[in-house]
Write a protein that binds this ligand. Structure first.
Ligand code: ZN
Length: 417
């Protein structure tokens, strides 16, 4: 089985190159919309949809006829057709909305499928622990980017190169690698299992009583996002100030994303080292959002994090040949771990679970993670009998945001509370 992996590196272009990239994104967006209109016309006139090859050919023809489109590398132009084709297929398969006219400020990436890119000028930079490699990437028709290659990149397996402009103005290059190497062997006799309850007040609560809270830097970022969102809503859509705030907001969002990803990978590695089986709730984020209508805004900040933490935890286990079980979370937070009774009166705000049937009292999320574990057919090694303060996970080695130029290591950032 081939797996697809993405290697993302920050890219630093010259001012000219950055300008060229922006223009090309606009051109690609225009090409996309031209294809969309051509397809609509074809459908109205002949009641048929164009095939992938027809769309690709059309993109190439348009490029031949139109000087503006010639700014794009031919394969990049073809890939624009592929992108439209895939969007349309998703619509026909019923999993997405009908492809619409794209707005230039939302068309943000170009893909070089096979050729048109080259890495050169490899150089070692930094010292000691910070040793990295630097390279120059040439994207045909766009220009040169300096890349900091902070991790090993299997160059021979690169199938695609994507250049992406983030809303914050940062540029990243994503190498898509096709990986044929098999995953770890699945363990025949898993010895232990951990249930994980994902939440908002705490990011993750483990059935062994440990938890991962929102670290301070993350909370600060989330607060900044709330403020910026309010500011943005007061600006006129697409005005200069709106764009400026939007960019600031995007930067903060990207920061939160990076921070969380780093945290989740560390948590995943830690759990996958200790446990053979990971039990997760088969969580429907939509449900959760609907349940907390009044807190919709607050929850929206978190919903993407839910799918990401799941994806990363799963990956860390599967990579090591360990098992991941997704268990129905249907009223798992209202079920009593001890007697199985349902606590109908438990609301989203209650942090403590009080069983009306047997009197069992436990932290709400801990109870939920234990219920999950039991539903998966596992018994926790030590059954908690009373409410006790649950300990946070040991420091996951979080990095603090750059301050005064130096990257400082923060002391245990995962706190009780
Ligand atoms: Zn009970």
């Amino acid at each position: 089985m081939t797996r697809v992996r993405a290697y993302r590196f920050r890219a630093y272009p010259s001012k000219t190159t950055a300008g060229v990239l922006k223009t090309q994104l606009e051109v690609a967006c225009k090409l996309y919309n031209t294809l969309l209109h051509a397809e609509q016309k074809e459908y109205e006139e002949n009641k048929r949809s164009m095939s992938e090859n027809e769309l690709r050919q059309l993109a190439l023809d348009l490029r031949k006829q139109n000087k503006e489109f010639q700014a794009l590398h031919s394969q990049v132009a073809q890939q624009v057709a592929d992108r439209f084709y895939e969007a349309r297929q998703r619509f026909l398969d019923g999993v997405a909305n009908k492809p619409r006219v794209k707005k230039p400020h939302r068309y943000l990436s170009l893909v070089y499928p096979q050729s048109g890119w080259k890495l050169s000028n490899w150089r070692e930079v930094g010292q000691g622990k910070n040793k990295k490699r630097r390279a120059r990437l040439r994207l045909s028709k766009i220009g040169f980017f300096t890349l900091i290659i902070h991790r090993e990149l299997p160059l021979e397996q690169v199938a695609q190169v994507c250049v992406k402009l983030y809303l914050s103005g940062r540029i990243y290059i994503i190498f898509v690698v096709e990986d044929a190497e098999p995953l770890g062997q699945t363990l025949e006799q898993p010895k232990n299992a951990v249930g994980v309850d994902l939440g908002i007040a705490r990011l993750a609560t483990l059935s062994d009583g440990r938890f991962l809270g929102n670290p301070k830097p993350l909370e600060r970022s989330l607060e900044r996002i709330r403020v910026l969102q309010r500011t943005l809503s007061r600006k006129r859509f697409l005005s200069k100030n709106w764009l400026k705030t939007k960019r600031k907001l995007a930067k903060e969002h990207e920061h939160v994303g990076d921070f969380r990803r780093d945290l989740f990978f560390k948590l995943g590695a830690l759990l996958a080292e200790e446990y053979d089986v990971l039990v997760l709730e088969d969580l429907n984020v939509q449900d959760l959002i609907q349940k907390g209508v009044t807190k919709k805004r607050r929850l929206r900040l978190h919903d993407s994090a839910f799918s990401e933490i799941r994806r990363i935890l799963e990956w860390e286990f599967v990579k090591r040949g360990k098992t991941v079980l997704a268990i129905s979370a249907y009223s798992s937070s209202r079920e009593c771990f001890l007697c199985g009774g349902i606590n109908q009166n438990l609301s989203l705000e209650d942090r403590i679970f009080n069983c009306p049937h047997c009197g069992f009292t436990l932290d709400r999320d801990l109870n939920a993670s234990l219920v999950l574990l039991r539903r998966a057919g596992w018994v926790p090694s030590a059954v908690p009998v009373e409410l006790r303060p649950i300990p946070p996970l040991p420091s996951l080695g979080l990095k603090k945001r750059r301050q005064g130029g130096a990257l400082k290591q923060e002391a245990p950032s995962v706190r009780a509370g």
